[in-house]
Design a protein around this ligand. Sequence first.
Ligand SMILES: CC(C)(COP(=O)(O)OP(=O)(O)OC[C@H]1O[C@@H](n2cnc3c(N)ncnc32)[C@H](O)[C@@H]1OP(=O)(O)O)[C@@H](O)C(=O)NCCC(=O)NCCS
Length: 154
Amino acid sequence: MEIIIEKMGMSDVPRVTELERQIFSMPWSAQSFETSLRSKDVLYLTAKADGALAGYCGFFQSFDEADIMNVAVREKFRGQGIAYRMLRELMELGRDRGILRYTLEVRAGNKTAIHLYEKLGFKSVGIRKGFYEKPREDAVIMWTNDRTGESGYC
Ligand SMILES: CC(C)(COP(=O)(O)OP(=O)(O)OC[C@H]1O[C@@H](n2cnc3c(N)ncnc32)[C@H](O)[C@@H]1OP(=O)(O)O)[C@@H](O)C(=O)NCCC(=O)NCCS
């Protein structure tokens, strides 16, 4: 199976939104993705497995920092390193845009995702109490420690 990681375009939005609805209890709408894709501060990637959408992720840049959002891999494609590959590529592309540090929030109980982010160099720096709804849950706030310009995930 060939996995291709490429920039998300407007034509991906219907399939992305469909997967988003399958995976998240508070899914983003097609309009939210479309608005994001129009912003020069946003970059989203998709992973396609033999042409089928396997996953996606993105960031919102603010100066030399960026917030990673909407990390998702279709259930049948999980555990094969697709999220890791997508995020590494996303962070490398971000570095070319001058991003030095990344942050994200993750459900405190989402051990799989927390482990994935730690592998990419993120560290937990705090908790946002009751941040998530459906179900209500704390968020762990994670950051890469990358103020030197070196990659935080090598
Ligand atoms: C979190 C998610 C994106 C991981 O995608 P994935 O492609 O399966 O992840 P990878 O195969 O790249 O795995 C990378 C690491 O994640 C962890 N991981 C993946 N699958 C796991 C599992 N079933 N159990 C525990 N850890 C797991 C491992 O640490 C793995 O590292 P390893 O290879 O050293 O074991 C995917 O599970 C998903 O879409 N979950 C639902 C949405 C979600 O929670 N998104 C994150 C919101 S912040």
